[in-house]
Design a protein around this ligand. Sequence first.
Ligand code: TA6
Length: 278
Amino acid sequence: CQLANTAAGLPVLTIHNRFAKAEISLFGAQVLHYQRHDEPASIWLSNRAVLDGSKPIRGGIPLCWPWFGPAPAHLGHGLPSHGFARTQRWALDGVSDHADGTLVHLSLHDSDTTRALWAHPFELELDVLVGRELSLVLTTRNSGNQPLTYRGALHTYLAISNPDVVRVTGLGPAYSDKLTGQDGQQRDVLTLNGPLDRVYWQPETEVNIWDGERSLKVTSGHHDSIVVWTPWQEGSVALADMSDDGYLTMLCVETAIASEQGVTVAPDEEHSLTTIIV
Ligand code: TA6
């Protein structure tokens, strides 16, 4: 593995082992790339992603934490969407080789910067295993003396070949549609034919994304929902860091804690949110 700065100055760890190749940015502890040998990439990165640390990176697996979407109103105004974990510089604590792949350990602790946005003391750890599977474990440890409530997501941008052929199964019936503000029931498999931004509340542990010849599987743990998002054409055009046809090759399937109550972690306790992509 190798740690080097990109041309724009972003510190990126490259892992190349007998299973796969992966890239992880220390800015945001964000997986940017994952590709098993002799297979197309599983993870999508925008060809217009801003890679200089000045804004969140479009694509890969952004870590949304300690809130999902807009900040809860009681925290005040002007806070960044999807929290601040994705725009902090994380520490690289270790890289080790194992029978099933390369394990990368990253961490982020509260600092003056984070406490200005959110008062809680915390220790956040991300373990990424790069093997036949890509596995992420995001552990929230409450290092303060008050209960800590958080929400978040492993906001995975999956690479797809063509949205017209994509079928998603395992999402369960009940969803909230963020575009219409309505709740709905998924009757069948999910197909894509326009912008979609939904929170599925009763997903199965495994969500399968059938993409013509290929399929991807997202296995989640300790979440309360799966979020599915595609901006479609109008959304891609509106995003400066996505090309106008970006929606043709990506679909977000996110292991999330999106409920209003979130997860509350007692002092000295921890909670881990997990996703495995294969
Ligand atoms: O997870 C879906 C979502 O919350 C959408 O509402 C959409 O805005 C997307 O994430 C991207 O958010 P971002 O802040 O990265 O532009």
